[in-house]
Design a protein around this ligand. Structure first.
Ligand code: NAD
Length: 248
């Protein structure tokens, strides 16, 4: 589905991002996975190598909120793979602290990685795509709580509302360059973090999901694959729910 395309996936070392990287590789893309530290990037590359993915994948570890660092890292991807077609802004952090205990530091951390990094990376990628003159696809990872809010940890949904706003606005701004900007909005997705929760939390959660199961990282990755591919060439400014209909 993405044969010959070059993609960068932030937060590509584990969880949903790692699965996006694997699905893109399986579907013919060349992929740069971005992680926060070189060691986690190297570990992710080693895991992919064990699965037989060696030639078409590389790792980068820019500071996602630093334009110079991101620009240099994205340039290294173009040096290695020749171009850039797709950016998945997937890196994100969550927090469930109640409002009365929320610190400014914690708020700034969530906004910084979930929103500022999306701006910085999208700007760096768009500059490359505009220069190439052949369009491109930006796929942001939002969340279902970016539509409905959540009862604690308000900064996380706030940041995802901002991701949706950025998605809709930049879709309009970049349309003249044939760069499409979309987002996926996952519901609760089966990653390590969810595995660590006790059955007493997981069971009622699953029972509340109309499609009767939790989302798997592959569910989210396949939606990203569609939005990155030419199959969605007439889709831009969409925030696609991938949540098993688990909406209040
Ligand atoms: P995860 O914690 O397993 O992975 C998060 C990724 O972001 C990691 O690769 C991590 O290295 C990267 N990251 C975090 N802070 C970073 C920083 N400062 N600099 C660079 N990279 C950083 O989480 P996940 O569940 O795979 O989440 C991926 C995305 O999906 C996030 O944007 C998250 O908000 C979103 N999401 C997850 C769920 C879920 O239930 N798992 C639901 C809705 C949305």
């Amino acid at each position: 589905m993405v044969e010959g395309k070059v993609a960068i996936v932030t937060g590509g070392t584990r969880g949903i991002g790692f699965t996006i990287v694997r699905e893109f590789l399986k579907n013919g893309a060349k992929v740069a996975l971005a992680g926060s530290r070189q060691e986690t990037v190297d570990a992710a590359l080693a895991k992919l190598a064990e699965e037989g993915f060696t030639d078409n994948v590389m790792g980068i570890a820019p500071a996602l909120t630093d334009p110079d660092s991101v620009t240099a890292a994205f340039a290294s991807v173009v040096d290695r793979f020749g171009r850039l077609d797709v950016l998945c802004n997937n890196a994100g952090v969550s927090s469930r602290t109640p409002l009365v205990d929320y610190t400014l530091e914690e708020f700034n951390k969530v906004m910084s990685i979930n929103v500022t990094a999306v701006f910085v990376c999208t700007q760096a990628a768009a500059r490359i795509m505009i220069e190439q003159g052949e369009g491109g696809a930006i796929v942001n990872t939002s969340s279902m709580v970016g539509k409905y809010g959540q009862p604690s940890g308000f900064a996380y949904p706030t940041s995802k509302f901002a991701v949706n706003g950025l998605t809709l606005s930049l879709a309009r701004e970049l349309a003249k360059h044939k760069i499409r900007v979309n987002a996926v909005a996952p519901g609760v997705t089966h990653t390590d973090m969810v595995d660590a929760l006790p059955d007493s939390v997981i069971k009622p959660l699953i029972e509340s999901i109309p499609l009767g199961r939790m989302g798997e990282p592959e569910d989210i990755a396949c939606a990203c694959l569609y939005l990155a591919s030419d199959m969605s060439s007439y889709v831009s400014g969409a925030v696609l729910p991938v949540d098993g209909l688990s909406r209040p």
